[in-house]
Design a protein. Structure first.
Length: 576
């Protein structure tokens, strides 16, 4: 693979110079070394839309400043990490349009180095083995207003700590019986500096390191040192890690004082924090997303309702739309929640330019054109994409019986209703003008067919020579040529703009939207949609943008609605 600068989309010129880019610009102007960033996810779940912001920022900066971006799995917890997650992370980063080249790493690659450095800190009197339980450590840590209490094992002799830590490494003790802690300050106002745990005992197989270890470094110990080992010049994190920065600095400074040698000629990393991405009607907690998967509330991590990158991909979002959205939102220093409508608009803008138009009827009702020849079939020409003349045209079969949307007919129309009604005339898009004459009903009074006449002089939807006007244009599908498909309509997964806003005593899932998915079993589609490849997006005229789902089979097409043509969901909520 090529280095990042040769493979990522976008350029510095078409992005705002946010505060992070200002810092990197100053770094270069002052003669700093080549810019090296990293995207360091924990492989304990699938990436979500919040990660997309970090991916675009870290890889984007590397490309814009002729640097490189590393992809590193911060894999320090084998009980929650899986190879499935590792593979999905790589796939998602590539799908967004970025490539790490030869710079793919694991924090677990540095376990031996981290262990040796931990010994250096013990020898320097800056780390000790603690026999307290996790609960005792938590209680003695103190609170934001009360200082912590020293562990009774804090004064252990250095040699005893070295021997115990070595025995921990050799598997001499059971899980949870001992930990290695940094010796900093139990009275620090920053809780992260109150003798944080560096290692715990876990007799568990690691998805990357295998069974080589039974002690594992804590994230805060491994993360900053991994940046140092790799020579990261700009460690870009979200704001929740701001209070961790003094700890990362303490570790580096203490290791330098203890004589640590960095494997690479590295620039000492400095952490910069930016506001994470939060969206309305969206939950980005990996723990809660995993619960939705395990409890079968959704069909999996890639369910189109999930805010995971693979979920958006399956729903029909494009990498261009997500990158454009992230750029438009920008990089700031203060947390805020972005209206999900901005993400949806980014997709509409992108698909409007690239998606071919097709006609589909989701709730079909049959039209019989009584004065149209029974066995006649005409091919009507329609533009594939009015926004892109180079997309050309296609032919759509037209016959005596067609399907229209049930909502496009009213037997007793309300005022200013311009679609089909008794005695009322409408245009069938790219076909003819038709006028309703009467309807057929079953014994229960339900309409089974609508009878119409057509005007042969309006072929292609053109205006008739007598100068009369029509205000309504509706879509249709030839009944004789239509293909059936399953269509899945999606709304927000949660009914509350802030899904975490839960009444006292209620489970967090109380805000789940029971109507987040509606399945239409037998929609009718124009025949050109047959054999459409999985992942292909179309605009179903007047209905929205739809994508071929991976559940599709040659005998059974399945489409997901990616987004409506406008924010109809928000308007519906206002009406309620």
């Amino acid at each position: 693979m090529a280095d990042q600068e040769n493979s990522a989309p976008g350029s510095q010129a078409d992005k705002p110079l946010d505060f992070i880019r200002q810092i990197v610009t100053q770094h270069q102007q002052q003669g700093g070394q080549r810019v090296i960033t990293r995207f360091p996810p924990e492989p304990n779940g699938y990436l979500h839309i919040g990660h997309a912001k970090s991916i675009c920022l870290n890889f984007g900066i590397a490309q814009e400043f002729s640097g490189q971006c590393h992809l590193r799995m911060d894999d320090t917890n084998p009980t929650k990490e899986e190879q499935e997650y590792i593979q999905s992370i790589q796939e998602d980063v590539r799908w967004l349009g970025f490539d790490w080249g030869q710079h793919y790493y694991h924090a677990s690659d540095y376990f031996a180095q981290l262990y040796d450095w931990a010994i250096l800190l013990i020898e320097a009197g800056k780390a000790y083995v603690d026999d307290q339980s996790a609960e005792e450590i938590r209680i003695n840590r103190g609170t934001l207003t009360d200082p912590g209490r020293n562990s009774p094992f804090r004064g252990r002799p250095i040699q005893e700590n070295l021997e115990l830590f070595s025995a921990m490494r050799e598997g001499a003790f059971p899980d949870g019986s001992k930990v290695l802690r940094a010796k900093i300050d139990m009275a620090s106002p920053n809780l992260n500096l109150r003798d944080p745990v560096m290692y715990r005992i876990l007799h568990a197989s690691h998805p990357h390191a295998g069974n080589s270890w039974c002690i594992y470094p804590m994230y805060d110990w491994a993360h900053g040192q991994s940046d140092w080992i790799e020579g990261i010049t700009h460690s870009i994190c979200t704001l929740e890690f701001e209070n961790h920065r003094p700890l990362y600095d303490w570790f580096v400074e203490s290791l330098i004082a203890a004589g640590a040698q960095v494997p690479k000629v590295g620039y000492r990393p400095h952490q910069y924090e930016f506001a994470r991405l939060e969206l309305t009607y969206t939950l980005l907690s990996k723990r809660k997303l995993l619960e939705l998967v395990k409890s079968d509330v959704v069909r999996g991590w890639d369910d189109p309702r999930m805010p995971t990158i693979c979920g958006y991909r399956r729903r029909g979002y494009t990498p261009q739309a997500i990158r454009n959205f992230v750029t438009e939102v920008g990089v700031g220093k203060f947390n805020s929640t972005i209206d999900i409508g901005r993400l949806e608009n980014a997709l509409r803008d992108d698909l409007n330019r690239r998606a071919s138009r097709r006609m589909a009827v989701l709730q079909p009702i049959k039209i019989i054109i009584d004065n149209y020849p029974e066995n006649q079939v005409e091919q009507m020409e329609a533009a594939n994409n009015p926004e892109d003349p180079s997309a050309g045209t296609r032919l759509i079969p037209f016959s005596r019986e067609v399907y229209i949307e049930a909502d496009d007919f009213r037997e007793t129309p309300p005022p200013k209703y311009f679609r089909l009604a008794p005695g009322q005339e409408v245009r069938l898009r790219s076909a003819y003008w038709i006028r309703c004459t009467h309807v057929d009903k079953d014994s229960a009074g339900n309409i089974t067919a609508i009878h119409c006449t057509y005007d042969p002089q309006t072929r292609g939807g053109s205006n008739p020579p007598d100068g009369r006007k029509v205000k309504g244009t509706i879509h249709w599908v030839s009944a004789a040529h239509a293909i059936s498909a399953e269509v899945r309509l999606y709304d927000h997964l949660f009914t509350a703009a802030d899904p975490s806003d839960v009444p006292p005593g209620k489970d967090w899932k109380v805000n789940l939207n029971p109507q987040s998915e509606t399945v239409i079993a037998a929609a009718k589609l124009e025949p050109s949609l047959n054999d459409s490849p999985v992942g292909t997006s179309f605009q179903f005229e007047r209905l929205g943008y739809f994508c071929v789902d991976r559940d599709s089979q040659p005998s059974r097409l399945v489409f997901n609605r990616s987004v409506s043509l406008k924010d109809s969901w928000a308007k519906e909520q206002k009406r309620k």
